[in-house]
Write a new protein. Structure first.
Length: 337
């Protein structure tokens, strides 16, 4: 019995020594890679000569690879590990396929209202409130507000009482479309004013802002526009010409229209409702702003959350200017973004 036991112990000792030697060689090679990237080819020569990972200085070295992929990724910190970034692109592809399936045309497809809702809710920035941290009072939501926001985003009924009536006398639909279109009750004005105040608070971080100025107080305008109020008037930002001012107008649009032709268009094209609102505001204010020597920014937002491209550019531009003024509070990458 003794000779086999001794042989086994000897084999185990030899294996342990071989493993220790291989680990030491791997560590040395990893250190060489980190310390001298230019010598990587020479450092890789241990594995490149015979393909078995043998140490050329020892004929009795075991024919094993010096270190596994996992050990290599732990020891060689300069080696990028792309396998860590597979989930995000794969998830994007999967979700994009799901979205295309939901928006497909033909038999068994979703109603146009649901398609318009999905396109709007899938727009850039529409779901940012789901990830926003409640670090300020403006970024907090009550439990009833959270519940309503989720129901609105998912297209679930908001009301379960068919006897409810709007101030205009019309019955309140379960999905809440009437509230988004009716001018009575103050809902649309409350929504508009809340968004205007938030945008103005961001603009105040980078410039001087005036809210709801009558057009006739800015300069000479056509008589029919004299009493119109522009939502935001501000200088053009930090470290820019103090004589160059910008006008911005906030407008909300509901992508679920009672007009069947519009509803069809909103259900087939991303951001169609926001683009129409932008075009309407440009026709209304752009020429007047130009005559006053100002630029004009239409800030159109769809009720399910999608922002127009011009509104996104406006917000990102003000955020970038704000970041540049906060020295020491943001890093260079954030400033660049």
């Amino acid at each position: 019995v003794a000779p086999p036991v001794a042989a086994a112990r000897g084999s185990a000792r030899a294996a342990a020594q071989a493993a220790a030697q291989a680990t030491a060689q791997a560590t040395a090679q990893a250190a060489a890679r980190v310390a001298a990237p230019a010598d990587r080819a020479a450092a890789n020569g241990i594995n490149a000569d015979n393909g078995a990972g043998e140490d050329r200085g020892s004929d009795r070295a075991p024919r094993i690879q010096l270190y596994s992929t996992t050990l290599r990724s732990l020891l060689c910190t300069e080696i990028q590990r792309p396998e860590l970034y597979f989930q995000a692109p794969m998830s994007r592809i999967f979700h994009q396929a799901q979205l295309q399936d939901l928006l497909k045309e033909g038999e068994g497809s979703l109603p146009l209202r649901d398609k318009a809702r999905i396109r709007s809710a899938a727009g850039p920035g529409a779901g940012n409130w789901l990830e926003a941290r409640p670090v300020t009072q403006a970024m907090t939501m009550s439990n009833p507000a959270i519940g309503t926001a989720f129901r609105w985003r998912f297209g679930l009924p908001l009301s379960h009482d068919p006897s409810l009536r709007c101030l205009c006398g019309q019955p309140v639909d379960a999905l809440g479309d009437h509230f988004q279109l009716c001018n009575l009750g103050g809902h649309r004005q409350f929504r508009h004013d809340g968004c205007r105040r938030i945008v103005a608070s961001l603009c105040r971080l980078v410039g001087t802002v005036q809210e709801e100025r009558h057009m006739h107080t800015i300069g000479t305008v056509p008589p029919e526009m004299a009493n119109h109020r522009i939502d935001i008037v501000m200088d053009d930002g930090y470290n820019r010409s103090p004589t160059l001012y910008n006008m911005a107008d906030v407008t909300f649009t509901h992508p679920v229209s009672t007009n069947q032709a519009k509803l069809t268009r909103y259900g087939r094209f991303n951001g169609a409702a926001a683009q129409e609102a932008v075009a309407m505001n440009m026709r209304k204010y752009e020429q007047i702003a130009r005559s006053l020597g100002m630029s004009f920014s239409p800030l159109a937002v769809e009720t399910f959350g999608r922002w127009s491209s011009k509104a996104l550019w406006y917000i990102r531009d003000k955020a970038a200017s704000c970041a540049l003024t906060w020295d020491g509070k943001v890093n260079q990458r954030q400033k660049a973004l």
